[in-house]
Design a protein around this ligand. Structure first.
Ligand code: SAM
Length: 274
């Protein structure tokens, strides 16, 4: 089990209201984007008008997933629940795993990566406290499912994936499904995407060794970032980082999670690439 709360830990959530040493930024890190990014899909109707409607395939499985895995575990944001009831998760998993698309677990999507457990998607999305029209940066497009949930909520999404085949596949799928409010980029998300900054919220779906300073720089004052921080290979702390009006950050540990690592050269040397 790779990128989510291990089932045995799911209800043993540790809520700690203190800043963590792991979350301290590396002062030497640059705050500008590298130039080797490529836009694969560009939002042309940012905001609520860019969201598509979906057919009802596997409707029953999806409703059951939302009721039992998301609502019953305490996610109440109606916009998040509505998006998760509508987005066809089965379209984002490999064909031979479609029958498990609505199961209570992450699933492999190739290249050693995973689509996150539905509950984690719901919880992290709710934590961002989004409003329609917000601009949200996601690091770690993966299958594109998290980006689709955000897009279905009527926010403008900018999503970055480091592994080119995954980035291309997700961009093509999001385009095919009709999203006009998602910009999909291939590149190293450690640096964020300065061209479209600042962001109303940032969601990182891979485990970082520290909170990347470029992401803090690209977050609007008063706004929120949710990010797993810790060593790869076991559990990490899912952090809520709030940027204060004077540019400082406040950090709260929400729960233990187990994500695949954030790769790339700047992530504290972790994994050194893909
Ligand atoms: N949000 C995804 C979804 O809905 O399917 C799941 C993401 S998966 C748990 C983490 C993803 O982060 C992987 O696809 C991985 O390649 C990507 N990733 C890791 N390091 C990255 C980096 N530095 N920049 C961008 N993406 C990165």
């Amino acid at each position: 089990m790779k990128d989510t709360v291990r089932s045995t830990l799911l209800f043993a959530i540790v809520i700690a209201f203190s800043a963590l040493a792991l979350a301290q930024p590396d002062a030497a890190s640059p705050t500008t984007s590298p130039t080797d990014t490529q836009v694969l899909l560009r939002a042309d109707a940012p905001g609520p008008e860019g969201r598509p409607t979906f057919d009802a395939a596997r409707e029953e499985e999806r409703q059951r997933m939302v009721e039992r895995q998301i609502e019953q575990r305490g996610v109440t944001d109606e916009a998040v629940l509505a998006a998760m009831r509508s987005v066809p998760r089965h379209a984002f998993v490999p064909a031979d795993l479609r029958d498990r698309a609505y199961a209570d677990s992450p699933l492999p999507i190739g290249h050693g990566q995973t689509i996150s457990q539905p509950y984690i998607v719901g919880f992290m999305t709710e934590t961002l406290e989004l409003a329609p029209g917000d601009r949200v940066l996601e690091i770690g497009t993966g299958s594109g499912y998290q980006a689709a949930i955000l897009g279905a909520m009527g926010v403008e999404v900018v999503t970055i994936e480091i592994i080119r085949p995954l980035a291309e596949q997700a961009a093509a799928l999001l385009d095919k499904l009709g999203f006009d409010n998602i910009t999909a980029i291939q590149g190293d998300g450690y640096y964020g995407y300065e061209e479209l900054a600042p962001y109303d919220a940032i969601i990182v779906t891979a485990a970082a060794q520290h909170v990347p300073p470029p992401l803090i720089a690209q977050l609007k004052p008063g706004q929120r970032m949710v990010i797993p921080v810790g060593r790869a290979g076991w559990t990490q702390n899912l952090l809520l980082v709030t940027k204060t009006d004077d540019g400082q950050t406040r950090t709260r540990n929400l729960m233990s999670v187990a994500f695949v690592p954030l790769t790339g050269e700047r992530n504290g040397g972790q994994n050194g690439g893909r």
